[in-house]
Design a protein around this ligand. Structure first.
Ligand code: FAD
Length: 478
């Protein structure tokens, strides 16, 4: 029996599987799609913010992500450079120069130093990097396994497959995206606000490509040609997509482009297209017994500002080591409750800022004026920093106002164990979970496997912190 069944082999499921394996647990990933079925998801670029990159760097994964961006940007820069009014194009261009920390509703947040931690890459490239790491760690991923139901009892949780097969683990995590079967079948409440807009991104050839060469913000909505050749996006207000499962047609895209621009736009060929909305909902808790949620399964919102993937990857980093410890009987079950306690407030803030960003995308002279006022405000260094740390994720702090719960910075946590810095040897019985090291900084600190501070000298007792976060010493090895 696997320790943890992960439903969904998207980016969040794959990273969680890697984290579990590193922590000594045996995960099994059940993914509905097969290789080909996942191709359409690579539409559009995905941004990784500073905190995601700092977290991925702890496992040596930030570099391959940055390399994928560089390869992509080299290719793109040969094809076209953005015009001065091309909002997305400018963002992409400055990203290539390391000068972007993110954006708020399209208003860029800069880092003049050129050392910004911000990467844009295609989702299939990101998933390929995570899949290669999972394979390297020996994670089993079963494709073509659509889960239709979930059941749990005191000893475990089971996934029921479409063919009736039942696969049981000690725990089960739904990483199965916004329309999560795990969430629906396990009784999680998922409350929020319904969609007010429809977004479309497509790979298409316009009959007259000269009609749309840069971003257009018009009374009907928004059109943005992507720097990725042949990709174009529209945003229209007035409700969500009628049927998200129907394949997009050339006529549908042409209709949307024409309504927004007021031009008679014809689409000569549509290769593929996806729809999205600002449906904004949040699971009431991320854990019900032996079933947990991570990523889009736990929270959905508009993609404006590029935060869903970032949230989900950090859910996986937070949950992975905790669930590995509990599944192995090393730490008490209560450790899992800290997952909701720490991550739910972070997602709630993202849901709030995405609602605000959608409001700022609406057409009309009042919103135009609001955008101008905000752009002026962002010239104030303190305001700029506030928005930048909100969007690059570095404002995340699990115990605000104290020195614990904050991100500890760059450390070697590649083996997935916690790190006891400058505080002598690891107390007996914790050697399998904690590694000791000495650094140039004199501060004594215990860093969790996800890079956050668990204890620092002068703020609580080290023994208590070890027991809280890593269970009693020697439980397994004794
Ligand atoms: C246009 C667009 C642009 C975006 N840009 C950004 C961005 O720049 N930055 C950012 O941070 N986020 C962005 N996002 C959001 C980001 O794509 C998602 O937040 C991210 O993909 C969530 O990852 P996930 O693994 O939780 O879910 P998903 O990527 O949805 O993966 C879920 C997986 O579960 C599988 N699955 C589903 N149901 C079942 C089942 N019943 N049984 C088995 N398997 C199942 C699916 O096949 C899929 O592989 C964007 C989204 C869109 C639509």
């Amino acid at each position: 029996m696997a320790d943890v069944i992960i439903v969904g082999g998207g980016p969040v499921g794959l990273l969680l599987a890697c984290e579990l394996k590193l922590g000594g647990a045996e995960p099994l990933v059940l993914e509905a799609a097969t290789g080909d079925g996942r191709a359409a998801r690579s539409l559009g670029l995905r941004s990784l913010n500073a905190r995601s990159l700092q977290s991925l760097a702890l496992r040596g994964l930030a570099e391959p992500m940055a390399a994928a961006q560089h390869a992509l940007f080299d290719e793109l820069s040969k094809l076209r450079s953005p015009g001065p009014d091309d909002m997305i194009g400018l963002l992409v261009e400055f990203t290539g120069k390391g000068m972007i920390r993110g954006h708020f509703s399209g208003l860029p947040l800069f880092d003049a130093s050129g050392n910004a931690e911000y990467v844009m890459l295609k989702q299939d490239e990101l998933e390929a990097i995570l899949a290669a790491r999972a394979a390297g760690l020996g994670v089993e991923v079963r494709q073509g396994c659509a889960v239709t139901d979930v059941v749990q009892d005191d000893s475990g949780a089971s996934a029921v497959l479409a063919d009736g097969q039942v696969i049981t683990g000690r725990f089960l995590v739904g990483c199965d995206g916004g329309r999560s079967v795990v969430r629906k079948r396990s009784g999680f409440a998922f409350t929020g606000t319904p969609p007010t807009m429809t977004g479309r991104t497509a790979i298409a050839e316009l009959t007259d490509p000269g009609q749309i060469t840069s971003s257009i913000r018009a009374p009907g909505g928004l059109v943005t040609p992507s720097l990725v050749p042949g990709e174009i996006s529209t945003l229209e207000f007035g409700g969500g997509p009628d049927d998200r499962d129907e394949p997009m047609t050339a006529a549908e895209l042409a209709g949307s482009l024409s309504r927004v621009t007021g031009l008679d736009v014809r689409v000569a060929k549509l290769t593929t297209g996806i729809r999205f909305s600002d449906n904004t909902r949040h699971a009431d808790t991320y854990r019900r017994g032996r079933v947990l949620l991570a990523g889009d399964a736990a929270h959905v919102h508009s993609p404006i500002g590029g935060q869903g993937l970032n949230l989900g990857l950090q859910d996986a980093m937070n949950l992975g080591w905790k669930l590995a410890l509990v599944a192995a009987g090393r730490a008490a079950d209560a450790l899992l409750d800290t997952y909701t306690a720490e991550r739910h407030p972070v997602a709630a803030k993202v849901l709030r800022n995405t609602r605000a960003q959608v409001a700022l995308m609406r057409p009309g002279p009042q919103v135009d004026a609001l955008r101008e006022v905000l752009a002026e405000t962002l010239r104030l260094p303190e305001a700029h920093e506030h928005f930048a740390t909100m969007m690059d994720g570095t404002a995340v702090d699990y115990a605000p106002g104290t020195p614990v719960g904050r991100f500890a910075g760059a450390h070697d946590l590649t083996d997935g164990r916690a790190l006891l810095l400058n505080a002598g040897p690891v107390p007996v019985g914790y050697e399998d979970r904690v590694r000791a090291a000495v650094s140039d900084e004199e501060q004594e600190v215990l860093v969790r496997p996800d890079g956050y501070v668990a204890w620092t000298a002068g703020h609580g007792d080290l023994g208590e912190a070890l027991a809280t976060w890593f269970g009693e010493g020697g439980m397994l090895g004794a």
